[in-house]
Design a protein around this ligand. Sequence first.
Ligand code: ASP
Ligand code: MG
Length: 426
Amino acid sequence: MKVFKFGGASVKDAAAVENVAKVIKQFPNRDLVVVISAMGKTTNALEDLLAEYASGGSAAPAKLKAIIDFHKKIAADLKIPDSNLEGQLDALFGALRQQLEREPSDNYDFDYDQVVSYGELVSTAIISAYLRATGLDNTWADARRLIRTDNRYREGRVNWVKTEKLATDKWAEVKSASKKSGRSIMLTQGFIGHTDERNTTTLGREGSDFTAAIFAFVLNAVDVTIWKDVPGVLNADPKYFKDAVLLKRISYREAIELAYYGASVIHPKTIKPLQNKNIPLYVRSFLNPSAEGTVIESSTFSDSLMPSYIFKVNQVLISFTPRDFSFVAEDNLSELFSLFAEYGMKIHLMQNSAINFSVCVDHASAKLAEVMERCKERYEVLYNQPCELVTIRHYDQDTISRLLIGKKVLVEQKSRSTARMVLVEN
Ligand code: ASP
Ligand code: MG
């Protein structure tokens, strides 16, 4: 069995959904578990609806209506003859509406999961019906009964033992029900799960990649393919780098490093379960499904063949110097770290000297001003903006020199395989 994952961009409208069917039809004899995200930007729209609901705003019904209309239009454009679909969508949207008619609870994250999870549910209901109508027999499976998590809403942690039991039982049921058709397709939602008490949870934004890895792990898939709107994993984001090239083969280790430094290739949690069972991960283009794309697997053989670039723009480099000239040591550092943690500011790079500590963080002005205000009595705080943070894996002097044209280096850090630089325009 193979696991396929289709993200929001691959199901953003009727033409995109038609294309999903074409991709699946290229694999006629394979058992498949197909994991699908919410359509287009639906998760953002649901977050927006939730915020309105939670704050008691009056625009919630209008926002809900826009979401319903968007999905009904896609279903209509797909001309699905399935008479059950309308009822299924009405039931799902009806349940969402009921949720929104209740008083918000005092746990925002709980409410988030109860509301935002509908994006995946309606998306897969439509796609399941469409696939069936085009001859791709499949079983719609509710991930709210398959992926068991703890009750950390918005970032549910997987209970692997229970998930394995639930998913294996379901997959066996799907297989025996589809015996006649020669192959089995189970279609399910990314991103969502449930607690022991059957409350819905989510796994964190962009979590559908992780869902694909969870199913692959517990069902022992032969491989996983993430279908994307790029040809595979590139050595740089083409937005910032016009000569980006495809990395045909990289290791799990390299993929994790790239994700860690901020390459938006795949959700960082995706790799571990696959690595643990040595299941290859393919990243391929849904626009050009016969192209090979990238394979991520255990061999590190090709990792260093080409430098990779990760750009983080809109950064700010803040430097702290204790006013009393005391050393930057454990006590100051722990004070500063707790302050960043309190504001949810993620440190992308740090550096210290005797009496100076510098960090590179996302430029988020409101938070930044508050942090600086709270520090100014004990530290002299300086900052540089805007700057960018560039990470180069497998660098050589040539690639660095080319990047530095017209730039000034504020901080430079090098290890054997990785060079990191904070740069400003000269
Ligand atoms: N729909 C969710 C999100 O947009 C999960 C995903 O697409 O991976 O974050
Ligand atoms: Mg997505």
